[in-house]
Design a protein around this ligand. Sequence first.
Ligand code: TYM
Length: 328
Amino acid sequence: MKKMLSGIKPTGRLTLGNYIGAIRNFVNYQDNYELYVFIANMHAITVAQDKTELKKNTKDLIALYLACGLDPNKVTIFLQSDVHEHAELGWIMTCSTYMGELQRMTQYKDKAAKGEIGITAGLFTYPSLMAADILLYDADYVPVGVDQKQHVELTRNLAERFNHRYGDTFTVPEPLIAKVGAKVYSLQDPTKKMSKSEENPKGTIDLLDDPNIAKKKIMSAVTDSIGIVQYDIDTQPGIANLLTILSSLTNESIESITKRYEGKGYGEFKKEVANAVFEFLTNLQKNYVDILKSGLVEQVITEGNMKASKLAAKKLRKVKRKIGFEIF
Ligand code: TYM
């Protein structure tokens, strides 16, 4: 079975973008791949985090993974900071990464271009840690949204660089980007990514939003004056985004949806999207509450940490030997 790995940062509440761009795909892949999914809490602290919030967001993320349908009998779910090999290999990867490569990473580049102050060294070097996350488990595939593709490409370069220098050590991973939903956009500015850090809460649907409020957010999503329900990301980005959301939540193809709406207006279409989101969130949140009550979160993470640690330790030993850290 081919291996697959991905992670999400426990910063803020998860959005519909995280579900559609990432978690939904993990769930679809769990039967056919050896899947590792983790909580990237070491990445979260590249930006200052409140301790209580971080703890809550971490637990919520585990519960949401399960509530979205990840089956702990099929998937190894673990907490990054509990597997110390990530930090160790992260350092080794940092030492194989050039400053120029990190300067080209968009997250850092955008912040630096805006003249943001207080950018941490961790935020600058985090793509090297992300490479370590992936290479520790010899993942063949990394399912992510479009915004993370650049980091997986850097990981490929780092794996090849290491293999070239020290001999075959790491599997060179491939990013897996879904055809539909790899980038979900803000409901208020459909040219921007829907993001946990967006200032306007009307633009983002949180997975833990009151479903009635989420419905209203869809109804007030920015569209256009063309009036035809069709997929054209350049001239109708708002409608294209709503089509992506509906198609992802219902598994109906975008072509089939647009056909049903021939000759019909946006009002009816938005209502259908709003109802689909309402239904999705209602079911998800019911599962989430049940899971939090059940004690499953602690059990899943304890077992997952053990499995991940075993693999990671074996890989790191090999890396250390290759580098010349093991002297006897
Ligand atoms: P993070 O936490 O920002 O996002 C988690 C996943 O959600 C996807 N995503 C989206 N997809 C579609 N539309 C959106 N609006 C949207 N917003 C977020 C992201 O592409 C991602 O797949 N560095 C990573 C976490 C990480 C990781 C890893 C991922 C750390 N190590 C190793 C894969 C493998 C991050 O910050 O993702």
